[in-house]
Design a protein around this ligand. Structure first.
Ligand code: ATP
Ligand code: MG
Length: 393
């Protein structure tokens, strides 16, 4: 008897001719994640699903949590793979499986059977009836409820037999490696890690960029961003984090430009640098945690003015989310506690009391003329001296 996990996927199913590419990518991502924990798994694809069969000891909770962080998996079930599927053995294996999953609990159940091996001695309805009778006789605290059971027991007869019952929800989405790569603007806040998670769930690999302004922002603030990148990489796979020293650019803008425009001009330079790094590193778009109206720099007018400096698409998965919805996701993916640690990020140091909330592009472009002498060179310098940290949790 082999123990393992049955993995189902949803959206890949509609990919027509390219389906196998998505399935292979999902197997590959599953292997990468499971290689990090105990169990020594063989991951195989079979008839629209994936089995991860363990040949070593494992901690079931740890495996389920790990698999719940693999984009593309919609559901996870611990499964018992029975090689000797003769009826007597299968009954016993099913009973043992129930004992292991539910101990001495009291529950109503229904058996669901599926038989792809058409030579098997029983038909699917017969398996349901016979197996139900066996379970009732072996566990006297159980009862059958065909309409509204507390527990389903699935028995599938293929080359081998498969028994499973509990179903854990997966991350859903698409497997990594099927969509290309994007550059995440990652700050120490709540929103951008969530934005990165959401884009990676669509199968997009990530690099990230953080704008650091020492000594105005502390080393601790930077460590917090590195930790957030690590937490996002639990879902998004390997992330290269570019830490850009933004101090000189920020000071220069602060010296030369109207203070109420500082944030918006700074944001335009962040986008420009992020785009340069993105293009140089094979990224097809930028990702931010912006949401309409959340702060002065995220009004529709500000977003338009920020957006105009980029030619790559800017993906803003949180654009229509309320803060509380974003917080809920941050809690679910485990980034919230880190995000709320109180270290300044570089935007919060120089914020004006009354920043413009309805900037006009031509006014901002005009203000930027005041820094045109040196800024190009400073941008190039900042992008080319970025420090790279690789995260792969
Ligand atoms: P977050 O919670 O993600 O920090 P926020 O609500 O604080 O967002 P802003 O500070 O206006 O909003 O930032 C908007 C977006 O710009 C962020 O979601 C992030 O993508 C990007 N960003 C802001 N500051 C930085 C930074 N220092 N480094 C990298 N990206 C940043
Ligand atoms: Mg922020």
């Amino acid at each position: 008897m082999v123990q393992g996990f049955l993995l189902k996927y949803a959206e890949i199913g509609i990919k027509g001719k390219n389906r196998y590419k998505f399935e292979n990518a999902l197997c590959e991502q599953t292997r990468i994640k499971l290689a990090k924990i105990d169990g020594n798994y063989n991951v195989v694809r079979e008839q629209g699903r994936i089995y991860a069969e363990a040949s070593g000891d494992f901690d079931s909770d740890e495996v389920i949590e790990t698999l719940q962080r693999v984009p593309g998996i919609s559901a996870i079930s611990p499964v018992e793979v029975v090689e000797d599927k003769s009826w007597d053995n299968l009954k016993k294996a099913t009973g043992d499986f129930i004992e292991k999953q539910y101990g001495s609990a009291c529950f109503s159940f229904k058996v669901k059977a599926k038989r792809s091996d058409k030579h098997y001695i029983y038909t699917s309805p017969e398996i349901c009836v016979e197996m139900g009778a066996y379970i009732l006789s072996r566990f006297d605290r159980t009862s059958v409820d065909v309409h509204n059971p507390e527990v389903y027991i699935w028995v599938e007869i293929r080359d081998k037999a498969y028994i499973y019952s509990k179903v854990y929800k997966g991350a859903g989405g698409m497997p990594l490696g099927t969509a290309g790569k994007a550059m995440l603007l990652l700050s120490g806040g709540i929103d951008s890690p969530v934005a990165g998670y959401m884009i990676s769930r669509r199968g997009v690999n990530l690099d990230a960029v953080y704008f650091h302004a020492p000594p105005y922002t502390s080393e601790r603030a930077k460590e917090k961003v590195v930790e957030l990148a690590r937490l996002v990489s639990r879902y998004a796979g390997k992330i290269r984090l570019f830490t850009v020293n933004f101090t000189d650019i920020q000071m220069y803008i602060y010296e030369k430009c109207p203070h109420e425009e500082l944030t918006i001009i700074m944001r335009r330079y962040m986008m420009r640098i992020a785009e340069e790094l993105a293009v140089n590193n094979g990224c097809m778009g930028l990702v931010t945690g912006e949401s309409i109206g959340q702060v002065a720099s995220q009004t529709m007018q500000s977003l338009a003015v920020t957006n105009e400096v980029c030619s790559l698409p800017v993906y803003r998965p949180l654009i229509a989310f309320d803060k509380q919805d974003i917080v809920n996701i941050a809690e679910k993916i485990g980034t919230f506690e880190t995000s709320i640690q109180p270290y300044e990020d570089c935007c919060t140091i120089f914020v004006a009391k009354h920043p413009v909330t309805k900037p006009e592009a031509k006014v901002i472009r005009n203000s930027e003329k005041k820094i045109e002498d040196k800024i190009e060179e400073m941008v190039r310098e900042a992008a080319s001296t970025a420090e790279i940290t690789e995260l792969d949790a």
